[in-house]
Design a protein around this ligand. Structure first.
Ligand SMILES: Cc1ncc(C[n+]2csc(CCOP(=O)(O)OP(=O)(O)O)c2C)c(N)n1
Length: 640
């Protein structure tokens, strides 16, 4: 097709094969169009903005130079992959990002052959890329493994475990370190300082310098000729980099927005590398969009926004978020108790600990994307008499499970786990759902597990956790706004393992854990109206269970329903086990457990997700009616 100046180049590029037909001189224009397209799309959908804008040129250059999809390109986290999606056959759906039935906000294998590996949790890309590279090597087929990993993601232990193992992939492994000197918040720690020193001590490589440096990868004679100058240049810089010590050939730093630099460097690495290569690319988060450049943290993830002004659609207001209620409650506890401290793994604003940090900078620790370290660090603090609160999203705490078991629970150390984003989370989808924490925590000896039914309960639970010195304790609460209930002026210390009866009936008992309580109460109204007087208990504790309350409700009601915002193995499993252990199920008791279904639910609005999961009032009512029909008309009908 002939391209007139009026035709946007992007309209001629559906896949990387089309991109590779362009002249290098056309790539600048293409990148500019790609950037505009991404801004327009995210303006309509909301989502991750700053990270994608920072890699527009890098995305263009990688697909231009490498033979994707045969070269396997793995984006770390995957939140920066929107430009990649536009260039790999998904432009027509880019305005469905993160909407129900639309494109995922992360890379996803089922979405495209250009997404060889799904992600959303950070720091997995180098390991996966090594896997692709080694598999291709063993199969004797071409194809490299290319990992693009941010400086924030580079703070996690897993990245080092992978780099330590990179040798086996040989020159089939290319790691591109996308250094924008930002995580979601400013990056922390020694590695970040090290990268900053690397960048500031070395000017961006000029093309001549690059050629000199890359000549070390060339065949012998040329290499010898260039060696002297190369050594001289290296001597002027810092000496061996950390990455060189780990066996990588380090190239950089280079300007990640300059296609004239990116293209030859990537071509050289593609053609001439003898072993694993790490290309250190410096980019700017939010590049090319004023509002996002000016506030990289606020534009990491955005609501829908006005492209001209940058103004984001304001959320409807209403009750405070659970996150904010927790943060304020913790600040109040810390004012009373100087041993309380707070730990976040690179999520100060997401967890609300930025507010705690303002009040108590010395007692706040952002450890970077390092959940495992966060937990064991908290264990050490607790063992030395501090009262640490580890505030980690349910989904990210999964990564620190052995630390929870081995370093905290076995030693019975009083680490407090504040588990945000419990339950379904909406647009971030299955990778971010907080589905498993009750299952994986309530199975541990010594552990106490609470779930807040509303934001007033969250205040009580924060207080209860602060005072609980005899072992580990966790409390979970969802994403989003509270119910609007009045917050307590003075928090209560809850009795460990005691629930509360919220409403008393006689025929049906609903045992609720967490914020499904509101749906349980709605269902109770509807059941009452059908002549089925219904009790509702807020159990508060998945562990230890309130045996006395549960026993009493089982003994006095015909149908018992458990409901929770978690997968199988949580409250329902514990109640059933207790009931059978005590012989309470031998009596013809009708007990049903409502929980998340045994599938990974895709991104959708949280309300729709709970509807799909079958955890709303109507489902409770239906479940009760089925159980009663089961009793009167037999099993087959109940299943129908
Ligand atoms: C294990 C894990 N912890 C926390 C997060 C939340 N998270 C998403 S992106 C991000 C920052 C990543 O920073 P960086 O790798 O530098 O990429 P950038 O967004 O700057 O491009 C964090 C902390 C995550 N995805 N995975």
């Amino acid at each position: 097709m002939s391209v007139t100046p009026a035709t946007p180049l992007l309209d001629t590029v559906d896949t990387p094969a089309d991109l590779r037909k362009l002249q290098p001189s056309q790539l600048r224009q293409l990148a500019d169009e790609l950037r505009s397209e991404m801004i327009a799309a995210v303006g309509q959908t909301g989502g991750h903005l700053g990270s994608g804008l920072g890699v527009v040129e890098l995305t263009t250059a990688i697909h231009y130079v490498f033979n994707t999809p045969d070269d396997r390109l793995v984006w770390d986290v995957g939140h920066q992959a929107y430009p990649h999606k536009i260039l790999t056959g998904r432009r027509d759906r880019i305005r469905t990002l993160r909407q129900g039935g639309g494109l995922s906000g992360f890379t996803k294998r089922s979405e495209s052959e250009y997404d060889p590996f799904g992600a959303a949790h950070s720091s997995t890309s180098i390991s996966a890329a090594i896997g692709f590279a080694v598999a291709n090597k063993l199969a004797g087929q071409p194809g490299k493994g290319i990992a693009v990993i941010g400086d924030g993601a580079m703070s996690a232990g897993m990245a080092y475990e992978a780099m330590n193992n990179a040798g086996q992939a040989g020159n089939r492994l290319v790691v591109i370190l996308n250094d924008n000197d930002m995580s979601i918040a400013p990056p922390v720690g020694g590695l970040s300082a090290y990268l900053a020193r690397l960048v500031s001590s070395r000017p961006f490589l000029e093309l001549r310098g690059l050629a000199r440096k890359l000549s070390r990868r060339l065949p012998r004679p040329l290499h010898q000729a260039a060696k002297k100058t190369d050594e001289f240049a290296r001597g002027l810089a810092m000496g061996g980099t950390l990455f060189e010590e780990l066996g990588f050939y380090y190239v950089g730093p280079i300007d990640g927005h300059n296609l004239d630099q990116l293209i030859p460097v990537l071509e050289n690495v593609r053609d001439a590398a003898e072993g694993p290569c790490l290309i250190h690319v410096v980019t700017q988060k939010g590049k090319g969009y004023g509002p996002a450049e000016a506030a990289a943290d606020k534009y990491h993830g955005v609501q829908k926004f006005d492209v001209i002004t940058g103004e984001q659609v304001k959320s409807a207001g209403g009750p405070p978020s659970y996150t904010n209620v927790f943060a304020q409650a913790l600040v109040a506890e810390a004012q009373r108790d100087g041993t309380i401290c707070a730990i976040t793994a690179a999520m100060p604003s997401g967890t609300g600990l930025d507010k705690f940090q303002k009040a108590f900078p010395d007692r706040t620790f952002d450890v970077g994307i390092a959940e495992q370290h966060a937990v064991t660090f908290a264990a050490g603090l607790a063992a030395q008499g501090m009262r640490p609160f580890c505030a980690i999203y349910s989904t990210f705490l999964q990564r620190a499970y052995d630390q929870v078991v081995h370093d905290v629970a076995i030693q019975n150390l009083p680490v407090r786990f504040a588990i945000d984003r419990a339950g379904l989370v909406g647009a971030d989808g299955a990778t971010h759902a907080g589905s498993f924490d009750v299952t994986y925590l309530a199975s541990l000896p010594n552990m106490v597990v609470m779930a807040a039914a509303d934001e007033a309960e969250l205040v009580h639970m924060t207080h209860t956790a602060a005072l609980h010195d005899t072992g580990p304790i966790a409390f979970r609460y969802p994403r989003g706004n509270g119910t609007g209930v009045a917050l307590p002026e003075v928090p209560q210390r809850l009795e460990i393992g005691k629930g509360r009866l919220v409403r008393e009936g006689s025929k049906v008992a609903i045992l609720s854990l967490g914020t499904r309580l509101a749906e349980a109460l709605k269902a109770a109204d509807q059941l009452d109206a059908r002549g089925l007087p219904t009790s509702v208990a807020d159990l508060r504790f998945a562990k230890p269970l309130d045996h006395e309350l549960i026993r009493r409700l089982i003994a006095t009601h015909e149908v018992v329903i458990t409901i929770e915002e978690g997968a199988i193995g949580g409250l329902g499993a514990h109640v059933l086990t207790m009931a059978s252990d005590e012989g309470l199920t031998d009596t013809g008791l009708k007990i049903r457990t409502l929980r998340l279904p045994d599938v990974f639910q895709d991104h959708e609005s949280p309300d729709r997700q709970y509807e799909e999961a079958g955890l709303n009032a109507a489902h409770i009512v239906e479940s009760v009616l089925k159980a009663l029909r089961h009793n009167s008309a037999g099993y087959q009908e109940a299943r129908a």
